[in-house]
Ligand binder design. Structure first.
Ligand code: ADP
Ligand code: F6P
Length: 461
């Protein structure tokens, strides 16, 4: 008999990922912003987290981790290919990110998405107490709210989308679009990162299903469904404390020394994803070097590109392009022992990431589209010295809040170059002023506040 809980979070991934290595199996923190944000929330609430444990085959038995009860859901090799790599990451992900890569549509993927969503709903049904609150996460599980409501009308169901929600014209491309929309409308509250996304959703409900709405409340049969914007954040205090430790500060100094003590360290930290604008920032850096407006070794760039979705074709071709560009820049502008770009296709501990943030003079966050972008927030929180400068794409959700960043349009190469140079050459007093304003904002808008505001609204829905 599964352990029952009054608060259940369900997400595609658990906070830890079971990885098979030569040494056997080990658990690693799962990649991505969803886990970064939800882990501290769940650890405080002591609820149950339902999700995939990574890998294929039988799911591990439920277990406890830092006060969270983890309830694994299995995926087999076909599910992985069709539900996760296919429908979730080659159809929905690009479509919801402005179709910056062409979405691929396959009937078999859609069927698999339906089957796997039903499996997650069944797992939640098993672990949710009578009248429990269930919080469904992200684009991989958009059918779960309606599936759960059908089985368990006693539950209070919230849904939060971590990525953008597209305008009607784009959403209408998707085969099976009405099923997705009905899936989401199974929730009592549907949360988005941005106000515009919530508006897209309520307008879509009228356009596609003829539903009536007032403000952000949609009438669905005899129920109402609320939509709203709840911009996600990070555990600000945790990052501030971590970055201020003597070991992180020492490591930051060491990183700069290992880079040859350049005048300017430019940093990028992203999953290796085509939405992140990694190529755009390399191009800007290369052109600034070739125009002689920057030079090596005075300026160096470090790009951490976490491996992600490596079997999906768009990601494979991106990797080839990115690595070719790194080779080109280093070939043209590097010297023996002095590369222009340090490219790291690896995962790091939070301690190492904090040290990298502290070591960077300029943080480049240039996505073509991003629901929020937590890296931008982590960088600001890490700078206890109020040093550094953040270059931020206008198309990241974070740009709505971090207005004192150096904002730019990543589609405009000249704009990226000029903004990067402005960030490199800003007067220290002006840089400090900007960072401090953003730090104040983040302290008042941390991940706890995000979770509380969503759950309060859900409670009253
Ligand atoms: P996304 O959710 O699309 O991956 P975010 O910027 O919102 O983008 O969140 C990324 C999260 O993953 C951040 O918390 C960041 O610290 C973490 N992260 C990014 N790169 C790495 C890495 N190489 N190793 C470990 N964690 C990483
Ligand atoms: O919202 C960002 C997100 O897509 C999460 O849903 C996801 O867990 C994370 O990034 C990492 O992606 P993946 O789970 O496909 O490795």
């Amino acid at each position: 008999m599964a352990k029952r809980s009054s608060f259940v979070v369900v997400a595609n991934r658990l906070p830890v990922d079971r990885v098979t290595t030569e040494a056997g199996q080990e658990w690693r923190p799962s990649p991505g912003g969803l886990v970064t944000a939800l882990h501290p929330v769940l650890a405080k609430q002591r609820g149950t987290w339902v999700g995939w444990a990574g890998g294929t085959g039988e799911a591990p038995e439920p277990f406890e981790l830092e006060g969270i009860h983890l309830h694994p859901v299995p995926l087999d090799a076909d599910d992985l290919e069709r539900y996760y790599e296919g429908q979730s990451n080659a159809t929905i992900w690009p479509l919801y990110h402005d179709a910056v890569e062409t979405p691929v549509y396959r009937r078999r993927w859609r069927e698999s998405y339906r089957e796997v969503n039903a499996r997650f709903a069944t797992a939640v049904d098993k672990v949710a107490e009578q009248g429990a609150t269930v919080w469904v996460q992200d684009y991989q599980l958009q059918l779960v709210p309606a599936m759960l409501r059908e089985r368990r009308p006693d539950l209070r169901i919230g849904f939060f989308l971590h990525i953008p929600f597209p305008p009607i014209e784009l959403f209408m491309q998707m085969p099976g679009r009405a099923e997705i929309l009905r899936g989401l409308l199974g929730a009592d509250l549907v949360g988005f990162q941005q106000r515009l996304a919530a508006q897209n959703f309520v307008r879509l409900a009228r356009h596609l299903l003829g539903l009536r709405y007032q403000g952000n409340t949609i009438k669905v049969d005899d129920r109402t469904v609320k939509a709203g914007a709840f911009p996600i954040s990070i555990d600000v205090e945790e990052m501030e404390k971590l970055a201020a430790t003597a070991s992180v500060q020492a490591r930051a100094k060491q990183i700069r020394a290992e880079l040859g003590d350049p005048e300017t360290v430019v940093l990028g930290v992203d999953r290796l994803d085509y939405t992140k604008g990694i190529e755009q920032r390399f191009k800007a850096f290369r052109e600034l070097l070739s125009e002689g407006r920057l030079s090596v070794p005075q300026a160096v760039m470090v790009q951490v590109a976490t491996p992600s979705r490596e079997r999906v074709e768009h990601y494979q071709t991106l990797r080839v392009r990115v690595e070719r560009e790194v080779g080109r820049i280093n070939g043209e502008f590097g010297r023996v022992g002095v590369p222009a770009v340090h490219y790291l296709h690896q995962s790091y501990s939070r301690t190492e990431l904090a040290a990298l943030y502290c070591a960077a003079d300029v943080m480049m966050v240039t996505p073509l589209r991003d629901g929020m972008n937590l890296v931008a927030k982590e960088y600001i929180a890490a700078r206890a010295d109020a040093g550094g400068a953040l270059v931020l794409s206008e198309f990241a959700g974070a740009a709505t809040e971090l207005r004192q960043a150096f904002l730019c349009n990543p589609y405009d190469p000249e704009a990226v170059k000029e903004t990067m140079l402005r960030a490199i050459t800003v007067a220290p007093s002006e840089a400090k002023r900007r960072i401090k304003v953003m730090q104040r904002h983040l302290r008042n808008h941390d991940v706890d506040r995000w979770a509380r505001s969503f759950l309060d609204e859900l409670g009253g829905a």
